[in-house]
Design a protein around this ligand. Structure first.
Ligand code: BGC
Length: 284
């Protein structure tokens, strides 16, 4: 009988220091001048990454995010582009390569809501949401993938050739009356992310998603701004508080880092338990 030998520590094992996990990495965050994208861009910078802040409207807000990135000691740059435009996305990645040399991390976050009762849902609203939330992630992920494949793994930087984090939502699972376009876009993200993850893992590209629940951002002010709305929202959140962009940023840092190197094709729900069917806490 042979005795089990201790497994040697991998030479690529990341340091366990929680800070500067992303030193030397270059990140692009879309929709990064407000809300979750802003929080994620700042979080990645605090973890040591240089960050390009994509936005479509709001130069001043984007400049303020870049300022905050620079305060944390990282390099930041703002870039205006509509993620649903193939030409603009391609020019943005070109600029990323010129300014930062490459891209190691894509957080495909840009998204919007154009809510309507189903029978009143115009094609314009449908197309707008699908083209930003779903096609926009496809276009950015495709450009990032091309760059990851071109560059390959640089072991001093990361175990992986690249990381893609898709911003999904609890509504990739939870049907949402009055928001059929939005829920469809996020349902689409689930299988886009999983199909990319399966196809790209052999190239050491890790694709994962984050599915936030109710996070305090401009997209859902109506759900938390008044005490009545907040109380109503809390009936959907077992953990009893709204999420903050930092709750998502910390997870994005981990998913982008080598600490999650074996995490591939997963959706991380960050929702205070919203997907636990809180309506069934009693009864059923
Ligand atoms: C939506 C928010 C909503 C949350 C929980 C998010 O994806 O953008 O408006 O509050 O899901 O329902």
């Amino acid at each position: 009988m042979t005795t089990a030998q201790p497994v040697p520590a991998s030479s690529t094992a990341p340091s366990l220091l929680p800070h500067k996990l992303l030193s030397g990495q270059k990140a692009l965050v879309t929709g990064a001048n407000s809300g979750i994208g802003r929080g994620v861009a700042i979080g990645l910078a605090q973890a040591g990454a240089d960050v390009m802040v994509n936005y479509v409207v709001g130069d001043e807000a984007a400049a303020a995010v870049v300022e905050e990135i620079c305060r944390s000691g990282a390099r930041g740059s703002a870039y205006q582009a509509d993620v649903s435009s193939e030409d603009q996305v391609s020019a943005m990645f070109q600029s990323m390569r010129e300014q930062f040399g490459t891209v190691d991390i894509l957080v495909a976050n840009a998204g919007l809501q154009r809510d309507a009762a189903f029978r009143d849902m115009t094609l314009e609203r449908w197309n707008k949401v699908l083209s930003v939330n779903l096609t926009g992630q496809f276009l950015c992920a495709r450009e990032a993938t091309r760059e990851f494949l071109r560059r390959g793994v640089v072991p001093e930087v990361s175990c992986a050739a690249g990381k893609i984090i898709c911003m999904s939502s609890v509504h990739q699972e939870v049907p949402w009356a009055g928001h059929a376009n939005y829920a469809s876009s996020k349902g689409g993200i689930k299988l886009l992310m999983e199909s990319m993850a399966q196809e790209l893992a052999p190239h050491r590209i890790r694709v994962n998603a984050i599915a936030p629940g109710a996070i305090r951002t401009p997209i859902n002010t109506a759900a938390w701004q008044t005490p009545e709305a907040y109380a109503r929202l809390m009936t959907l959140v077992p953990y009893g508080r709204i999420g903050e962009p930092e709750d998502i940023a910390r997870a994005a840092v981990w998913l982008a880092s080598d600490h999650s190197d074996y995490v591939v094709g997963t959706t991380l729900f960050i929702d205070g338990g919203m997907t636990l069917y809180p309506g069934f806490a009693t009864g059923g």
